[in-house]
Ligand binder design. Structure first.
Ligand SMILES: NC(=O)c1ccc[n+]([C@@H]2O[C@H](COP(=O)([O-])OP(=O)(O)OC[C@H]3O[C@@H](n4cnc5c(N)ncnc54)[C@H](OP(=O)(O)O)[C@@H]3O)[C@@H](O)[C@H]2O)c1
Length: 293
């Protein structure tokens, strides 16, 4: 059971739901669309995934919702067992736009309140991310969403949320893969988030495939008799991170989930972490300056 109905008091005097515990692995859906996309989501739930990632900007909230609904109707899962995630685009961060957008996300997915709703990017030059955060707190109060968080927020953005609202996000979904491990030297945000009680999700956890042929990864794969993808996903788990790999096909969905039984040594984890490079971001998207709408 992933969710609970208990509540805790916030410093603003409102109530927040008890913390969400994320599974160690979830299912990414970027570029999964239409009938095949919905079937992929249903299939992933059959295999055992319980966390499903989507976004308003992926234009697949309907697809993902249909996939979840089909799994519920087939008796594979109950709706409460699934953590469905969506995200607020940068162009709708002003407070009333944001609330309308959350309502539209709920409508598009068609499976009731969104379990976890994230601000997709801080877009700091636009200067509306605190407003967007307040809108997500409103949306939670109104029952449109159950839990709220962010993506791609740097410590300075998170500190602003805390200062302005007294509440930090439950989740921060960030770019994190072996070439960009978010260590102190490269990216620098993993420990900050974990130290502040924020659950970290890794986006592009496999580096969109680019992470799989590095020597420390293939060496660990050989040593454990597993695939390179499973090694990279086990590396995330060892670092306290929830990875959300996307896989269109059932064999890879199964393979990725089976990484839960792979345990790397501290030396293997360190060797993979050492692959990090300051220029290791996939597309150079630095949240301090990158804006996505
Ligand atoms: N918050 C954000 O700003 C943000 C940004 C980017 C992504 N995301 C989320 O994160 C999710 C994952 O990231 P991503 O899709 O960019 O990249 P990814 O999960 O790192 O990689 C996906 C690619 O790797 C392939 N793949 C999957 N499992 C594999 C395996 N075991 N061995 C070899 N190849 C494998 C997939 O191929 P097939 O599909 O053909 O199997 C696909 O081409 C997205 O789908 C999205 O939900 C969020």
């Amino acid at each position: 059971m992933a969710q609970t109905t208990e509540t805790t008091q916030t410093t603003e005097g409102g109530t927040a739901p008890a913390r969400l515990t994320l599974p160690e692995i979830g299912f990414g859906t970027y570029k999964l669309r239409g009938e095949a996309g919905a079937a992929a989501v249903t299939g992933a739930l059959e295999l055992g995934y319980r966390l499903v990632d989507s976004a308003y900007n992926y234009e697949n909230e309907g697809t993902v919702g249909a996939g979840i609904r089909a799994a519920v109707e087939a008796g594979t899962v109950t709706r409460d067992e699934v953590i469905y995630t969506s995200k607020l685009p940068g162009r709708y961060q002003e407070r009333s736009d944001a609330l309308d957008t959350v309502a539209e996300s709920v409508w598009r997915s068609g499976i009731g309140p969104v379990d976890l709703y994230l601000i997709h990017w801080p877009n700091p030059a636009q200067g509306h991310y605190v407003e967007a955060w307040k809108a997500l707190l409103d949306a939670r109060e109104q029952g449109l969403v159950r839990h709220v968080g962010v993506c791609n927020f740097l410590p300075e953005h998170l500190e602003a949320l805390q200062r302005e609202t007294g509440e930090l996000p439950e989740v921060n979904q960030i770019e994190l893969h072996p070439a960009y491990p978010q260590t102190a030297a490269v990216g620098g945000t993993l420990d900050w988030n974990l130290d502040h009680g924020i659950t970290v999700e890794a986006w592009s956890p496999l580096g969109r495939g680019a992470a799989l042929d590095a020597a420390p990864v293939t060496a660990a794969a050989e040593a454990h008799g597993v695939t390179a993808g499973q090694v990279v996903l086990a590396w995330h788990r060892a670092r306290g991170v929830t990875a959300i790999p996307k896989a269109a096909h059932r064999d890879r969905q199964r393979e990725n989930l089976a990484s839960l039984s792979v345990t790397l040594s501290d030396e293997e984890v360190a060797a993979i972490t050492a692959l990090g490079r300051p220029d290791g971001r996939l597309k150079g998207q630095d949240p301090a300056i990158y804006e996505e709408f």
